[in-house]
Design a protein around this ligand. Sequence first.
Ligand SMILES: O=C(O)CCC(=O)C(=O)O
Ligand SMILES: [Fe+2]
Length: 524
Amino acid sequence: EVFTALADLEELLQTESVLINTLENYIKSEEQKLDLLKKYAQIYKKQYNKASEDVQLYVANPINAYTLVKRLTTDWKEVENLITADISGDCLANITHVKETMKFPTDEDLNGAAVALMRLQDTYRLDTSSLARGELNGVKYSSELSAADCFELGRQSYNNGDYYHTLLWMREADSRLNREVNETVERSDILEYLAFSTYKEGNIPLALDLTNKLLEILPSHPRALGNKVYYEDELQKTVEVKRKGDDGSESVQNDEISTSTITDIYGREFYEQLCRGEISLPPERVARLKCRYLTRKNPFLLLAPFKVEEAHHKPDIFIFHDVLADSEIATIRKLAQPRFRRATVQNTDTGELEIAHYRISKSAWLKEEEHKHIEDVSRRVSDMTGLTMETAEELQVVNYGIGGHYEPHFDFARREEKNAFKSLGTGNRIATVLFYSFLMQMSDVAQGGATVFPTIHVALWPKKGAAAFWHNLHPSGDGDKLTRHAACPVLAGSKWVSNKWIHERGQEFLRPCTLERPSEDVVA
Ligand SMILES: O=C(O)CCC(=O)C(=O)O
Ligand SMILES: [Fe+2]
């Protein structure tokens, strides 16, 4: 699919340009054909009018008799040939060729792009009308959506069983339609989706009202007629149930929410608040964080020490500034782009890699041997972290497209995930280094894409050439649950990250393990 990475979307514009050309050529050919047919029609009409002046005199002339017959035989065949000339077939063949040889989106892509917009709408609390005006967080980026565009977003949501967004977008389609001079969609179609989604959301009186409005426009609409009877029946039933209730029968109330739901709700809330930049570390904790130069007793680093900023204590999260050169970033992009595949996650039961809705991006893996720059980056990670790269995974390059994100997760395998990293034989992921390799900001307003740690309220805002570093494991080898983190959906722009996952094996003397276990895990 193409919607998961901006790099692919750029190629879609090339496809569009070829298609526009094909379409214009087709229109030109059809116009030429019609011009020729018009000319034939004129000639026929002229001769016919002449003959009509005196039919008998006209046919009495042998030359006229001959040309009349000729006009209706060989000449007319020409006309028929022109009419049946298959210009459209040629054009369609061209289009098929374009679709087969160039990047072309599918229906799943349309759905993916629509779902991504809904995700952005929810995470960043964007109101439907502003979005339809082409605004993101108060910044106007693009042309407005037509009623038909909004209708399609509603329809995609409907097909996903997402009635909440169906209602938002169908209402927007309706209000846009009221203002459209050249209407782009039928009001009856909007009403049908509105009515049924309203019913699905539990509001039968309103669903009935909307269905009646639809029937005012199309009185014999078969589905609307059927639904009207059904809604009326349902309403009748509720009235009866209510009456019984008033007579003293008991009603059962069940508004219990399980504890896990509560934690999920709050976890999600912190995650989204961090993405929106609404919460951060309390000032007294920020005051304890320092910036410093790191040399690690390495003679090269004495000349050019790393600029390190502390982003959090316990777990320690560091930001290394200016650790990727522009030339290295260019190499990474050039090598990764042609190899991008939809990024995968590891199935916790089977250990197999699979795609998942909670990680939407494209990724590619680069080996040190491929280019000096990749080797240099790997050595730098070793210098930055003091850990060996011998058991580290290859450099993973990730590009996030429209609404691309990676929901809260751990980089390490948990104890129950027995099969994770088994085939590598290098132990668990002891640490993560995440480079922000390329970033296209569309405005000064932060437009999403932060790396956030919901449990400890940390948000790292991508900065080109910088890298984040943290240990995923406690010295005991147990996973540090506080390192749960996520990539917020990209609202506007393009986000590229590259990461190096460092493994346990080989680090025994570089980061000795202890027997001491973190208290939270002892309890668990
Ligand atoms: O892209 C980001 O900001 C985080 C990526 C991440 O957590 C991962 O790839 O494991
Ligand atoms: Fe991660």
